[in-house]
Design a protein around this ligand. Structure first.
Ligand SMILES: [Zn+2]
Length: 307
């Protein structure tokens, strides 16, 4: 037994040999992950943000399946889903080709952001912003960002951005008897997100292509094609979807994520007076609705230019 407290996740059993690790709001993992016995090798889907949470995912795999993970995978390059790769460096890590390329391209820039002095500065700035906020609701929006930065500060000085070393383009059948597959439907939340599909169990681990109750960042991908990707996920007809952030949902609730994207695009085009229905505007987030709107306005201008 590990002495480390298992604090970052609520582990939820979805089927025999299939666990969702749902990130707790007070934990240091930040994103949800999946622990799956592939029918032979166990895999960890999304390695989380910090060394501690990555260790919790590793230990959770050992405790549940009686053996350590043999594989890991990243849904996309954002650090809350991939920085934990450093704790999985001894085993192969799958990701899309573009996810690997982006992490290689951005490695120096990301490492600079992870320096102690930068994190200290960021945290002090966020704390004074938070203190100046008028309501608990507004403060809550900053709490996730603060939590992320405090967790990173714990690891600072001992961090390495580690890209996945095994790559695929569109579909990758995984080893084992379960018939699990990694699939990329093209641009969405980022330039090339991967989902983990378990066809027999009718489950999808969607990464941040699906976020529920948490505003998804729209700034690394394609907010229009993202909606087509959600169609593609629906066509797989899973019964349940594990989002990158938020609770496990029945397939029908994927529509909420589509409503968020189409609502932001409509507001950015000036087609709607109010940016979004209040129920979606109240989603918490490390990104602001204003940031997504600003990005969407520029994205629409660029698209018109491209013709
Ligand atoms: Zn993300």
């Amino acid at each position: 037994m590990s002495a480390a407290p298992l604090a970052s996740y609520a582990f939820e059993s979805l089927d025999e040999g299939v666990l969702a690790a749902i990130a707790r709001p007070d934990g240091v993992g930040v994103c949800n992950s999946g622990l799956v016995d592939l029918g032979g090798p166990p895999i960890v889907f999304d390695t989380s943000l910090t060394r501690q949470s990555a260790r919790e995912l590793w230990d959770g795999t050992v405790r549940t399946f009686g053996r350590p993970p043999a594989l890991a995978a990243n849904s996309h390059w954002h650090l809350d889903h991939s920085l934990g790769n450093q704790a999985f460096a001894a085993i192969p890590i799958w990701g899309t080709r573009r996810t690997r390329e982006i992490l290689l391209e951005k490695r120096d820039e990301l490492m600079a952001e992870l320096r102690i002095s930068e994190l200290d500065k960021e945290i002090r700035g966020l704390e004074s912003q938070r203190a100046a906020m008028p309501s608990a609701d507004a403060q809550r929006d900053l709490d996730l960002v603060l939590q992320i930065n405090r967790a990173l500060l714990q690891d600072a000085g001992n961090v390495s951005v580690t890209p996945p070393d095994l790559t695929f383009e569109t579909r990758q059948r995984l080893p084992g008897t379960r018939g699990a597959e990694l699939i990329c439907f093209g641009k969405g939340h980022t330039e090339a997100d991967a989902i983990l599909h378990l066809p027999r169990e009718r489950l999808v681990f969607a990464g941040d292509l699906v976020c529920i109750g948490v505003q998804p960042s729209m700034q690394s991908g394609d907010p229009e094609h993202w909606q087509t990707v959600l169609d593609d996920i629906e066509k797989l007809a899973p019964e349940r979807v594990v989002p990158g952030h938020g609770p496990v949902i029945p397939l029908g609730r994927v529509q909420e994520c589509r409503d968020y994207l189409s609502g932001v695009l409509a507001a950015a085009e000036g087609r709607e007076q109010a940016p979004l229905p209040m129920s979606l505007r109240r989603w918490e987030g490390s990104v602001s609705l204003e940031g997504n709107l600003k990005f969407a306005r520029q994205w629409l201008v660029d698209r018109r230019r491209r013709g």
